[in-house]
Design a protein around this ligand. Sequence first.
Ligand code: NAD
Length: 265
Amino acid sequence: MRKVFEVTQTVKGLGYHEKIAQLADWLRKAKRAMALTGAGISTESGIPDFRSPGTGLWEKVDPMAVLSVQALRRDPRRFYREGFSLFISTLESAQPNPAHQVLAWLEEKGFLAGVITQNVDGLHQKAGSRLVFEVHGHMRSGHCLQCRHHYDMQTIVDFLQKGEVPPLCTCGGVIRPDVTLFGDPMPPDFWRATQEAEKCDLLLVMGSSLVVAPANTIPELVERVAIINLGGTGYDYRADLIINEKASKALLDLKAELEKDLRRE
Ligand code: NAD
């Protein structure tokens, strides 16, 4: 479990560039570090997050009414028309942004062991990250609620485009995406991710409000936590370092800082 740790005192009052330098130093010295990402890392790829003021999806839909497992069972047509369609429309064309790319670079250079993500967009893998734990599932596939037959996402999208809403399996059951909806149990990747986090001495959180449970308990498992996020998070009171900046800018600056050393080697 996380130690009660007083580093926050030492990083208070630092300016932006000093914080980046501090984070680079922690990454160099960490025995094992992982990143924990949320929807905010993908906003610069054109995918809205849930809670950013003005653009967050929560301002458009009531999640429990359209994106919960209860909503899917109660009214699958509405789930697809009002909930699923919001996601899929932005996901299809999205490409990784510099923040995803720098995380893949950090893994390649040995600064990070991998990424734990709450995102379902697959952009970490697209950017080249190799060890990725998807604690809320993914949008690559779906399965029938009745017989569990597997469908790839393109087949599901084809059904929807032909007007088959909700998409139905040959057995007549409703097909659902392999994402973790409100009310679903956590997938095996969540439990694997918690085991990975317990092995780490540094966690770099970015683009997450850290209010969605139980993913927001992962920082508690790690001794030292640094946060890069535009807005406040549910863990700011305990974080060791907080950088309120766009993920892509902060990560590009972090990469430049780490490269100074790599060039000297
Ligand atoms: P959230 O919407 O609760 O919080 C996102 C946070 O990111 C906010 O605090 C915001 O200030 C910050 N942010 C926005 N743009 C940023 C940027 N460019 N750089 C740095 N920070 C930025 O998201 P969450 O904590 O991930 O929790 C919501 C849930 O939403 C997750 O479970 C996730 O599965 C789901 N979700 C995923 C996607 C996706 O896959 N891309 C998109 C929307 C929602």
